[in-house]
Design a protein around this ligand. Structure first.
Ligand code: FES
Ligand SMILES: [Fe+2]
Length: 371
């Protein structure tokens, strides 16, 4: 019997999770000595790259009177606000100069900070750590380091290729994420003559297990659901191919497909920009098709097609969601979405109580659906 959950408890609440790393911008958009605007979790950022090539991220708002720092000048080391010329160190956000001060005025310039965020660059992306917001009304001080390094795309050999793609989604991060993990939309949204059709719907059974902050679709021989699978069959017997898919809070979906010494991995994120907008970024790494001239292009084409189909679907869905309709999540096809909301709630509860996070899954679970 499919079980209907009370939609009030299960529908997206658009809460954005602080205290995590998020992808801010593709690396290629930020060249040396340049500034670029970005927004994460409704926080306006100015992201830049210094003369040495190191990236940084500041709150795009001058601590003096709020002028966006991205409107000012950047000399490759310091940002100068366009309003009154205050200067800030690009990495620490520490104030270096207030031009209006006279020689007798003793304001301690170096105690003033523009908001600055831990920043790392990996796998074609600039990542920014968004900490828990401080007490409201308090200004910025020296920032603390991020407790963990930014996530990486899993890789399994020294040499590999990397490619990424990005799409803006006109929906909350929750709809973006549950859309990403939803197994039942495939035959309806991702139709293509070279892929599959509604006629190919059949019953599937997948094993899931809890992992820290998330869940794993255990290593299994893939059905034809994953994009690179059909190409991988050129390299190995179907039985020798395994795939593992993880979801980890706040927004990380990693997929690893292995066929002997050949592998394909991807790390997809759905990043909250505002409460009602998010962005999907897919970064893939692989050591297959390296000798095949059209391999990467083909793969990118397939992925871009999938992401575009999802984007168009969510655009239409957002119209339907505008009037805040009654929604439901059903078993088993929507169970991963339920786990996502439960994980999120458990995480927020552990933040609130200071106690260890209680994982919503008691142990391994087998789910069945038709897709
Ligand atoms: S607002 Fe930036 S220096 Fe005054
Ligand atoms: Fe999809």
């Amino acid at each position: 019997m499919p079980e209907l959950e009370s939609p009030q408890r299960q529908t997206p609440d658009s809460l954005m999770l602080f205290g995590f790393w998020y992808r801010a911008l593709p690396s290629e958009l930020v060249s040396r000595g340049r500034l670029k605007r970005a927004m994460l979790l409704e926080i306006p950022l100015v992201v830049g790259r210094d003369r040495q090539g190191r990236v940084f991220a500041l709150r795009d708002s001058c601590p003096h009177r709020g002028m966006p720092l991205s409107c000012g000048r950047f000399d490759g080391q310091q940002l100068e606000c366009s309003y009154h010329g205050w200067k800030f160190d690009a990495h620490s956000g520490q104030c270096r100069l207030i031009p209006s001060l006279t020689a007798e005025q003793t304001l301690k310039v170096d105690r003033i900070y523009a908001g600055s965020y831990a920043c790392e660059e990996h796998d074609d992306f600039i990542w920014v750590f968004i900490p828990e917001p401080g007490p409201s009304g308090a200004g910025f001080t020296q920032r603390e380091d991020a407790p963990v390094p930014a996530p990486r795309v899993p890789t399994f050999s020294e040499k590999y290729k990397l490619a990424h793609l990005t799409a803006d989604l006109p929906c909350s991060v929750d709809h973006g994420i549950i859309g990403l993990m939803d197994p039942a939309h495939g035959p309806f949204v991702h139709q293509a003559w070279w892929w599959r059709s509604r006629g190919s719907i059949h019953e599937k059974q997948k094993n899931f297990e809890p992992i820290p902050n998330g869940f794993r679709m255990s290593a299994h021989t893939p059905s034809s659901n994953s994009a690179p699978y059909k190409l991988l069959r050129l390299y190995a017997d179907a039985e020798a191919i395994t795939t593992t898919i993880d979801f980890v809070l706040p927004n990380l979906r990693s997929e690893i497909i292995q066929a002997g010494k050949y592998w394909f991995a991807s790390l997809t994120t759905v990043t909250p920009i505002t409460r009602s907008r998010c962005r999907i970024d897919v970064v893939a790494a692989w050591n297959i098709f390296r000798w095949l001239p059209f391999g990467p292009e083909l793969l990118k084409y397939v992925f871009a097609k999938f992401v575009e189909q999802d984007r168009q679907t969510m655009e239409k869905q957002s119209e339907g969601l505008r009037t805040n309709p009654h929604l439901m999540l059903i078993d088993d096809a929507d169970r991963p979405a339920k786990w996502y909301f439960q994980l999120k709630a458990a995480y927020l509860e552990s933040r609130r109580s200071g106690e260890e996070m209680r994982h919503p899954m008691p142990g391994p679970v087998t789910l069945k659906w038709r897709s």
